[in-house]
Ligand binder design. Structure first.
Ligand code: COS
Length: 388
């Protein structure tokens, strides 16, 4: 996409967020539903296919471009971004990265248009951070596999038309090896949904259990075909590397929104005869917020640049996810503090963001998992260099 067209897209998204999404934040949180006309407008803007290659009907953005859109989408309730989040990220990337040409041609155009919602089924009741210990089984039966197991906290599952499901095809293995990624149509017999989870925040974005009870899928449903039997865990990790960066971008966007709202409030709100922004203790909070958000933005931009240059970003994406999600938590906390009582009651929406951003430190890998990934990769790199 040429720079002028891309800038138009960024401006359009910024305007859409300001004029269409922000006015409806409270309504979405109260009703726990994104209005259908908003979803339709997202379709028309091409937002479901930001990361889908152009040949399959998407906008084909580079990661550097996609994160810039993510900064803008972070300017409103994260629930809005969640609607398009899985189709651009964990719901489609398995197919984009490792799918066969037939799988790409079959699924991606409908995902790019928003007609088909994709969802990512990795987490289970007993397997969260230790994703490699998952128990959902896929037993071979002729030219089919039979899936049994339960997946938990699956984002967009209530709306999904297809699932990327990680299941154990090697019953002897207990770890990441022997896990295979399947594409499973939501209408497959034996696939059912649990009731919607009641969550702390991000109302309007939905998660639930997905249950597989002798669900039969053809061998052709393995992502990447039979050659990828037992290689699904690596697909999950590649998808998550990218996903973690896009979440970090949204964290920056939300932080910027909270900084702007807090600044506007602090310039208006008078105490001791002057706007509270004139007080140095309040200024210190603003300086910390600005510096931290700026640092996260720079990290995200640099990591996206490295990805677009063909480099692996597992360590950097984990650094970005860890820093940006923790950063926006601190920013949200300061935003409540600056707003005082107005930050604690629901009217200003600040307490809603405070609850919404809590999820960023948990999903697509907790902060502790990011730390583990970073430290592990550092150790491996050092061993590789020293031959140890
Ligand atoms: N890119 C490509 N391949 C990767 C990879 C990456 N970033 N990270 C790991 N792999 C591959 C490894 O190379 C290894 O393959 P081989 O056995 O062929 O060498 C395989 O995946 C297993 O890797 P590893 O041994 O590191 O797996 P572990 O079971 O020790 O788990 C962690 C690694 C903890 C990092 C992983 O389980 C994880 O990310 N957990 C969090 C899961 C998560 O984010 N859940 C959120 C739910 S999704 S919303």
């Amino acid at each position: 996409m040429d720079q002028e067209t891309f800038q138009q897209l960024v401006d359009t998204v910024e305007r859409f967020v300001r004029e269409r999404l922000r006015p409806r934040e409270d309504e979405v949180a109260v009703n726990d539903t994104i209005p259908v006309e908003i979803i339709q407008e997202m379709r028309e803007l091409g937002l479901f296919g930001l990361a889908v290659p152009e040949e399959f009907g998407g906008l084909g953005l580079t990661l550097s471009e996609e994160i810039r859109v993510g900064f803008k989408l972070g300017g409103t309730s994260p629930a809005f971004r969640s609607v398009i989040g899985t189709n651009n990220g964990i719901g489609s990337q398995g197919i984009i990265i490792d799918g066969t040409p037939e799988q790409r041609a079959h699924y991606l155009p409908r995902m790019a248009s928003g007609e088909l919602i994709g969802s990512f089924c990795l987490t289970e009741p007993e397997a969260g951070s230790d994703a490699g210990s998952l128990r959902t089984s896929a037993r071979r039966d002729g030219d089919h596999f039979v899936l049994n197991g339960t997946k938990r906290f699956i984002t967009n599952a209530p709306q999904a038309g297809m699932f990327t499901v990680f299941a154990r095809t090697d019953p002897e293995s207990r770890s990441a090896s022997g896990v295979t990624a399947f594409i499973v149509d939501a209408k497959t017999e034996g696939v059912s949904l649990g009731k919607k989870d009641r969550k702390m925040g991000q109302h309007g974005a939905h998660t639930c259990d997905v249950i597989f009870d002798a669900a039969r899928v053809p061998v052709a449903a393995i992502i990447g075909g039979e050659a990828n039997l037992g290689k699904g865990f690596a697909t999950a990790m590649k998808v998550l590397d990218r996903g973690r960066l896009t979440i970090a971008a949204v964290c920056v966007g939300v932080a910027e929104r909270l900084i702007a709202d807090s600044l506007a409030y602090a310039m208006e709100r008078k105490q001791f005869g002057q706007p509270i922004v004139e007080f140095q203790l309040v200024q210190a909070m603003f300086a910390d917020m600005r510096a931290e958000s700026f640092a996260a933005q720079c990290m995200v931009e640099e990591t996206a640049r490295r990805f677009d240059a063909g480099k692996t970003i597992a360590t950097e994406a984990a650094c970005c996810k860890m820093f940006a999600s923790e950063m926006v938590g601190r920013v949200a906390d300061k935003a409540v503090q600056i707003h005082g009582g107005a930050g604690y009651v629901a009217d200003a929406g600040i307490e809603r963001f405070y609850r919404d951003v809590r999820l960023f430190r948990i999903y697509e890998g907790t902060t502790q998992i990011q730390q583990l990934v970073i430290a592990r990769n550092m150790t491996r790199e050092a061993r590789r260099k020293t031959g140890g």
